[in-house]
Structure formats: C-alpha cells, structure tokens
Design a protein around this ligand. Structure first.
Ligand code: ADP
Length: 447
C-alpha cells in the first residue's frame, strides 16, 4: 500500500516526533488452547455444549444465532450457567474470549419486563469508547427483547442529554445503563440516576476501575446507592491478587475464575516479535513494515497524545491513509473515529492506551507498539487487540535503546523497553523472537 510513500518526508519528520510526557489519559488504559481445538476462528469455542444448553430466553437464542455465535467459549461455558442463576462472579479470561457476552447475555436473560421503569442493570467501564461498544453489544443481543432499553452515559458531552433520558416519563428511560465512572457519579449525585432498585452491577476491565483510588472511589460511591441484594459481576484479562481481594469486598460468595498460570494468558493465534529500533529510526521502520506487511487493519500504539498526533500526520503525509484516537480529542470525534475504524472506513489507527483495553475491532490483525508498553499487563492488553476470539494475528513491538519514562504515574515508568520485554517473556512464558526479515502471511492472516 501507500504507493506514493515519500521516504524523504519520513526522514525529515523523524526528528520531529518529540518525546512528550504522557499524561493522565494514558492511565485510561491499562489461556489456554483447549486440547483438540480447531484452528481458525472457532478454536476457542468449547464444543461440548451449545448456547441452547444454557436454556436462555428464546429471544436471546434467536439473537445469538443471528449474530453468528455457534459455540460458547470456555469463559462463557464456565460463567453463564451460574450467572443466570444470579450468582456473583469474578472472572479472568484472556483477551478476546467473549467476556462481554457473559454479562450481556446473563443480564438480558434475567431482565424483568416491569410495568414501572427503573434501572435494573448498571455496567461500569473505564473508557467512553468501551462504554459505547458495550451498549452496542447490548443492542444487538436485545434485538428481540422489546422491553430492553439501553442507555450509555459518559463525559465529554452535555450532561443535559443524559438527564433528559433519565427524566421520569421519558420514552427512552433505560432499564440497562452503561457508563464511565465520572459521568455515572455526577448523574447519581444529582439524583437523576437512581439505582435503588438495581439488580445487576457489572464492572468490565475491573482491575482498571479498582486499581487507582480516585476511580475506585467513584465506582464505590455509585455502588453504595444500589440495594445490597444485587448480583455483582467483574471481568478482566488481568486481575492481580490485591485487586481480587478488593473486588471480593463488593461481592458475596462469588464464583471465582482466575488464570493463575500467566502463560495461559498467551494468545496462541498471535505471532509476536520485537525489534530493536532507535528512536530516530522508528518512522522508517514503521513505514517499511506498513509497506511490506499484508493487513486488514492495524493499530499502532504510542505513549502520548502528542506523539499520537505527530505520527498520525507523518503517516498521512507519507501516503498512508490513517486515523488516530487519543484522550484530548473532542468526545464526538473520538466516538466517530472508533465507529469508522470499526466499520473498516480506515485501515490504520494510531492510538494511545485509550484503545489499549477492551476495544474489539474484529478485523485488526496487526498491532504495532511503536512505543513499547510501560508494563507487562499493558503489553498483554494491547496485543490482545489483534487475534480476537482465537483468530490469527501479528504483534510487533519496537524496543528503543534509551530509558523510557514519560508514562506518568505508572509504577513501571522507569523500566527500559528491554526490561519490560524481559518481564513479558518471563511472566507469560512466551518467547518473543526478533522480527525476521520476512514473515509468512499465512502465519498471521486468516486464510
Ligand atoms: P473479551 O471481552 O474477552 O476481550 P469480547 O467480549 O470483546 O472479548 O469478544 C471478542 C470477540 O469475540 C467479539 O467480536 C465477540 O463478538 C466475539 N465472540 C464472543 N463470543 C463468541 C462466540 N461464542 N462465538 C463467536 N464469536 C464470539
């Protein structure tokens, strides 16, 4: 691609990609192949039971079929039977294994067709794009459940619109709310969002919501407005031990599913490579890769908003049509970008860690870490954007020579790229080989 690549521009712009500090928004971030499993898109599915064995509402079974889900994945198989009985759940499963469907299906199954409108289900997530994505998941599975009304609330847009939706008598009054913590709290404090009859409370990417005190406080303040009897469910690919303890304080006798052997978090369909690249050679290396690799869609991670903007303009200038997403962008623009990338309107997206977790874009089969992740968990979440639901993918990370820094607030911020890479390999028991000159297309593209 990019026939009109202009190498001179790459060289000129290389010096311009300055190393700005990543700010708070970067903190917006943050397996097992079954025996006898098949290659391709369904190898993660557990074949011993179909979705029909869960005895979900017929309306849900119809939507499941419409959406092309044939077999539940392992985490779905482990959790859905308990979740629909109302048990609290804390579940860890590797990226892209369908954790969203666990709570979407089980809450829709239990949703009551009540005469009086009230919020029955509250889902909290750490980014606005993820909130938007989860609302869409609810909408597609609630296709035949006519009484399901789903609303999404997040900051960056006028709160008046949210208040209008929550007004008594509003036609759009939701029984399911998906929200980010700040906006949820504002609406709760103002008395617009009333959760005194809420029956299901879900935290997706739970470790991200609970690890930092300020976000945890927001979540807690919303949580305590719900009745004690609600069902609580929490999910993530990464659940450090201290977070599990915090999480369990929100629950009663939960079903606990952890992946204690970190090696099982490795995505087997994903080819992972690293490349030592000095800062001033990164642009050339990146454009060479974009020229030579075949891809459906690619996400390129950088460590700050400024680097995101600069790399986006550089690539555009060099004839690689691309889009970008970071936390300083106007909220409507962010959602539009997410939407158009998801709809395949562009094939390259430069992103900060805003896109590092939870975001599900099926056609992404390559992730490039232009700036290496600050810690192993972030690495794991980022590469998980490729290879969704057991599909093939390719993850390449550049390892710069210098000390990194610039991640602001992260405990690992002083680690060198190579040290993070060493920890990734140790923890997940995976060998990440140096990027070869040639990579077979078959190894990372679905046939
Ligand atoms: P996670 O939250 O575990 O990272 P997601 O819930 O985002 O993963 O699911 C990853 C992708 O797999 C999504 O595109 C979703 O639609 C798809 N998916 C989930 N469960 C199934 C299933 N049982 N069969 C087919 N596709 C599925």
């Amino acid at each position: 691609m990019a026939d009109n690549k202009d190498e001179k521009k790459v060289d000129e712009a290389e010096e311009e990609l300055v190393d700005f500090e990543e700010d708070g928004e970067n903190q917006e971030v943050a397996a097992e192949k079954k025996e006898g499993a098949k290659a391709g898109t369904t190898y993660v599915a557990v074949n011993i039971a179909g979705f029909r064995d869960f005895l979900l509402k017929p309306e849900l079974n119809r939507a499941i079929t419409d959406n092309g889900f044939e077999h539940p994945s392992e985490v779905q198989h482990q959790c859905i039977p308990q979740a629909i009985l109302g048990q609290d759940i804390i579940a860890q499963a590797k990226s892209g294994m369908g954790k969203t469907a666990v709570f979407v299906l089980s809450t829709l199954h239990q949703l009551e067709d009540a005469d009086e409108k009230f919020v029955q289900c509250m889902v909290m997530v750490h980014t606005r794009e993820l909130a938007f994505q989860i609302k869409r998941e609810y909408v597609r599975f609630a296709k035949y459940i006519t009484f399901a009304k789903i609303a999404v609330f997040y900051g960056g847009i006028n709160i008046g619109r949210d208040k209008e939706i929550l007004r008594r008598g509003s036609d759009d009054f939701p029984n399911i709310v998906v929200a980010t913590p700040g906006r949820a709290l504002a609406l709760t404090r103002d008395g617009d969002l009333q959760l005194n009859r809420c029956k299901f409370f879900v935290l997706d990417e739970a470790d991200r919501l609970l690890e930092k005190l300020d976000m945890r406080k927001d979540v807690q303040e919303v949580f305590v407005t719900c009745p004690a009897s609600k069902q609580v469910m929490m999910f993530s690919a990464t659940l450090p031990k201290d977070i599990r303890e915090t999480a369990k304080k929100f629950m009663k006798d939960p079903l606990e599913i952890y992946v204690d052997s970190q090696s099982k978090l490795t995505l087997h369909g994903l080819q992972q490579y690293s490349s030592d690249v000095d800062e001033h050679k990164k642009n050339r290396k990146l454009t060479d890769l974009l020229d030579s690799l075949e891809f459906n869609q690619v996400v390129i991670f950088v460590r700050s908003r400024d680097r995101c903007e600069q790399l986006h303009w550089l690539l555009t200038d060099c004839g690689f049509p691309c889009t970008m997403i970071h936390g300083s962008m106007d909220q409507e623009e962010r959602i539009k970008t997410y939407q158009s990338f998801k709809d395949f309107k562009s094939r390259i997206c430069v992103a900060t860690d805003l896109f590092g977790r939870g975001i599900d874009i099926e056609r992404v089969n390559i992730v490039i870490q232009y700036d290496m992740a600050p810690d192993p968990d972030t690495y794991l979440h980022r590469v998980g954007r490729a290879g969704r639901f057991g599909t093939k993918g390719l993850a390449i990370c550049f390892l710069g020579g210098e000390r990194r820094g610039g991640y602001g607030g992260g405990g690992f911020s002083d680690l060198s790229d190579k040290e993070v890479m060493r920890q990734v390999q140790d923890r997940f028991e995976v060998e990440i080989k140096p990027l070869p000159d040639k990579i077979s297309v078959d190894s990372y593209m679905q046939s």
